[in-house]
Design a protein around this ligand. Structure first.
Ligand SMILES: [Zn+2]
Length: 259
């Protein structure tokens, strides 16, 4: 359950993300700069908040300006396809790798190797999901929604608004898109207002989501231009949280391949 919107202006990418989660899930560790994992061949710093339950993240940006976000694909979430290499007595949930690890894995990829990276992933290791990948630079912004439905991987241009919900998905998602279309946000402040909004009413339908078992747990705003990446983070319900943290990274140009 989450809602993401984005726009591009003056050679700068702006992305907003409401993270909706059960109240029982551990509170996320606010964004910080992390280096690539020790076993990685690449040396790329990224900013992300950590989900202590999966030790991964749902959203991050690396120092090359690559933004990766994750949403559940509720309609296609299913029982794991049994894996030959796992012992038959393996716990059920051991058959999938946490999708939050997938985000870290992709953040760890140089932008010019993204296509090869996506082609090399064994998608059957992961539950169905939407991956939002925005490959921005001063001159262009390539944004795609990758749809892994548990069987096949497709991608299409990323809509300006993407939402997913475990609660009667169709109605909730349709309502959030309708509210976005009506609000028609054009600026950073207007996007933030949308992500804090309670239209049509405060509850499971609203973008700032409230439900007896869960709610929007935090709000992220990522800006990327040719100089730096800025990640602002409100660690609470967007309608009630004024204070935010700011984490920055200088953009590091991609290494030029040695001929
Ligand atoms: Zn609210």
């Amino acid at each position: 359950m989450c809602t993401m919107s984005w726009f591009y202006h003056d050679d700068q990418l702006e992305l907003f993300f409401n993270r909706d989660e059960r109240n029982t899930r551990s509170k996320a560790i606010p964004p910080a700069v992390y280096p690539s994992s020790a076993d990685s061949a690449n040396n790329i710093n990224s900013i992300y908040a950590k989900d202590p339950d999966g030790n991964g993240t749902w959203l991050g940006v690396n120092e090359q300006g690559l933004v990766v976000g994750l949403l559940n694909h509720y309609a296609s979430m299913q029982q794991p396809i049994s894996k030959q290499h796992l012992p038959t007595n393996a716990p059920q949930n051991a058959q999938f790798i946490s999708r939050g690890q997938l985000v870290l894995d992709i953040l760890n990829t140089p932008k010019n190797q993204l296509e090869q990276k996506l082609a090399s992933i064994n998608w059957l290791d992961y539950q169905a999901c939407y991956l939002l990948i925005l490959n921005s630079s001063a001159l262009q912004s390539n944004a795609y929604k990758y749809i892994w439905d548990g069987k096949t991987l497709n991608h299409r241009p990323l809509p300006k608004i993407v939402s997913s919900s475990a609660l009667s998905s169709e109605g909730v998602v349709g309502q959030r898109i309708k509210q976005y279309t009506q609000a028609n946000p054009q600026t950073i402040e207007q996007h933030l207002a949308y992500h804090r909004s309670h239209l049509p009413t405060k509850g499971p339908m609203s973008v700032c989501m409230h439900h007896t078992e869960g709610q929007t747990q935090n709000l992220s705003h990522i800006s990327v231009n040719s100089q730096q990446v800025t990640y602002r983070y409100w660690a609470g319900s967007p309608c009630q949280t004024e204070e935010y943290s700011t984490t920055c990274l200088k953009i590091v140009p991609e290494a030029v391949p040695i001929p």
